[in-house]
Ligand binder design. Structure first.
Ligand code: PLP
Length: 452
C-alpha cells in the first residue's frame, strides 16, 4: 500500500511521535529557528531517513530540522525572547524579517543580475546567466517535499511573496527561446518542479516539445523528489503520467536529465528510492547528482565516496560537489576551501574513473561556477589554483587562475589575487565580482518596506 503523504511544519511538527520524545530544549530551538528559516518535512523523511536513535547528531535530522546553531547566538536569543514573551504574530514576523535581512538572502546577485528580458519586459520566473542554459521557475513548483536546512533559495519559502521568482506562462519561455538560439538547455527548477502534479508539469513542458525549437537539446529538471518522496515515481496516483511525460520527452529526441539532489548515502539506500531510480532510467532519462559539502551532514571523504559508488551502481552520474553558499545558515555548515578540497580529493581518489565525472568543490558565485582545483606552490608562493566551470562570459571558462592562499577562506570573496595582481582577470569586465555578494540585501530591504 502506498503511504499517505503527511507534511509537517512549524505549526504541527510536535504531532510527530519521534519529536515528542525529544527534550523541551530541542523542541524550543526548532521553534525559534523555524520562525526565521523555512521548515517543512514529510513522513517519508521522518520515518525512513532519520535515525532517531542518533538525534541530535543524525545527518538527515540536520538536513531537515532547524538546529539551534543555524542562527548566530544573538539572533537566536532575540527570537527566543520574542517567543518567550508570548508576542503577537506581527512582532514575531518583524523580528524574523529583521534577522533574515542580515543573512544575505540573495547571494551571487541572483535577483538583479540574471533576470532576462523579452521586449524590454523582465521575465521574473527565469534566470539566464550562462549562455547555453536558462533556468525556469514554474510558479507552481516553488516549494519542496521537505526543506533542506542549508538551502540558498530559503527566502522564497518564508512567505515574502515578492521574492518568488515565478512565471505562469510557458508561452513566454518559448518566445524567449525563439529569440535566443544560443540556448540549448532549459533547466526547470524551484523549489522542486516535481512537487507539481504531473498534469501541471506537462502543461509547462509540452509547449516546449510542440514548439519544435531547433536549438533546444536538453531538458533538465532539478529535483529532490528521489531523495525526499520517491513514491512520486512509483506509487503516487500520477506516477504513471509522470513517466509517460518523461518518455514523451525522450521520444522527441531531446535529452532529459534529472539533476538529482542527494546529500547523504542514506537517501540512496531505501528500496523505494532504488525502484524510483530504476523507473526514471527506464524512460531514457539520465540522473545526474549533486549536493553541497556540509558540516554535520556529509563532511568526510568516505561519505562522498560511498554516495558516488552507490549512485553509479544505480546508474546515476555524479555531477557536482558544491561549496555551501554564502547565505542563510552558512556558518553552521561551512567548510574551508582547503578542507573542501581535501575531502573531495580523499573521495575522488578512492572511486574508479566511472565515478570521476563529478566536478568540485565548486562555488556558484556571482561571476560563475568557480572550481577549486587545489592548493599548490608556484614560484615560492602558496596559492589556490582555480578555474571557471561556468562563467557569465564563456571566455572565462577553463582558464586556470590563482588566488593567494588563505587558510580560513570559505568563499570566493575571501580570496585575493596571487602574485601581486590587483584584481582577478574577470574583474576587469565584472568589477568587484569577487566581493559583490551583499549588494542584493538592499533590494530585499526595499521590497520588505512594501510588504503590508
Ligand atoms: C549551475 C547553473 C546552471 C547549470 O550549469 P551547468 O554547469 O550547465 O550544469 C545554469 N544556470 C545557473 C544560474 C546555474 O547556477
Amino acid at each position: 500500500m502506498p503511504p499517505k503523504y503527511k507534511s509537517y511544519n512549524l505549526k504541527n511538527f510536535e504531532q510527530i511521535p519521534q519529536v515528542q520524545k525529544l527534550s523541551e530544549e530541542i523542541r524550543f530551538s526548532i521553534k525559534v529557528v523555524g520562525n526565521v528559516l523555512p521548515f517543512k518535512v514529510n513522513n517519508y523523511v521522518v520515518e525512513e531517513l532519520i535515525n532517531w536513535n542518533n538525534v541530535p547528531d543524525d545527518p538527515m535530522f540536520h538536513l531537515t530540522f532547524p538546529q539551534k546553531t543555524m542562527l548566530q547566538p544573538h539572533h537566536f536569543d532575540k527570537m527566543a525572547n520574542v517567543l518567550k514573551r508570548g508576542s503577537l504574530k506581527e512582532e514575531i514576523r518583524n523580528t524574523a524579517n529583521e534577522i533574515r535581512m542580515q543573512l544575505n538572502p540573495h547571494p551571487a546577485g541572483q535577483q538583479e543580475g540574471n533576470i532576462p528580458e523579452l521586449a524590454c519586459e523582465k521575465l521574473e520566473g527565469m534566470q539566464h546567466k550562462y549562455q547555453e542554459t536558462t533556468l525556469f521557475f514554474p510558479s507552481q513548483g516553488q516549494t519542496c517535499h521537505a526543506y533542506c536546512s542549508f538551502c540558498f533559495r530559503w527566502p522564497q519559502f518564508v512567505g515574502i511573496d515578492e521574492l518568488k521568482f515565478a512565471m505562469k506562462e510557458s508561452e513566454l519561455l518559448v518566445d524567449y527561446l525563439k529569440e535566443h538560439p544560443e540556448i540549448t538547455d532549459v533547466l526547470f527548477t524551484g523549489g522542486d518542479p516535481l512537487i507539481m502534479k504531473s498534469k501541471v508539469l506537462a502543461s509547462y513542458i509540452e509547449p516546449l516539445l510542440e514548439a519544435d525549437l531547433p536549438n533546444l537539446r536538453n531538458i533538465r529538471i532539478g529535483t529532490k523528489a528521489l531523495g525526499y518522496w520517491p513514491y512520486k515515481f512509483v506509487t503516487d496516483k500520477d506516477s504513471g503520467e509522470l513517466l509517460e511525460l518523461f518518455n514523451k520527452i525522450t521520444d522527441t529526441g531531446l535529452h532529459l536529465a534529472l539533476m538529482g539532489h542527494y546529500s547523504h548515502p542514506v537517501e540512496l539506500q531505501t528500496d523505494i528510492n532504488k525502484e524510483a531510480v530504476r523507473r526514471v532510467r527506464s524512460t531514457g532519462a539520465q540522473i545526474r547528482t549533486q549536493s553541497p559539502l556540509l558540516r554535520h551532514i556529509n563532511d568526510t571523504s568516505d561519505t562522498w565516496a560511498e554516495m558516488w559508488r552507490e549512485q553509479v551502481k544505480q546508474g546515476m552520474i555524479p555531477y557536482y560537489m558544491f561549496v555551501v553558499r554564502d547565505t542563510g545558515a552558512r556558518h553552521h555548515f561551512d567548510i574551508t576551501l582547503h578542507e573542501a578540497w581535501d575531502i573531495f580529493r580523499g573521495a575522488y581518489n578512492q572511486v574508479s574513473g566511472i565515478a570521476r565525472t563529478v566536478r568540485g568543490p565548486s562555488m556558484s558565485a556571482g561571476p560563475g561556477k568557480v572550481h577549486v582545483l587545489g592548493v599548490s606552490e608556484v614560484a615560492g608562493e602558496k596559492v589556490y589554483t582555480l578555474q571557471f566551470l561556468q562563467g557569465r562570459n564563456p571566455e572565462w571558462v577553463g582558464r586556470p587562475f590563482f588566488a593567494k592562499y588563505n587558510k580560513d577562506a570559505v568563499w570566493l570573496d575571501d580570496l585575493e589575487p596571487a602574485f601581486g595582481e590587483d584584481v582577478f582577470f574577470f574583474e576587469k569586465e565584472y568589477p568587484g565580482a569577487a566581493k559583490s555578494n551583499n549588494s542584493s540585501t538592499v533590494d530585499l530591504e526595499s521590497l520588505l518596506s512594501n510588504v503590508s
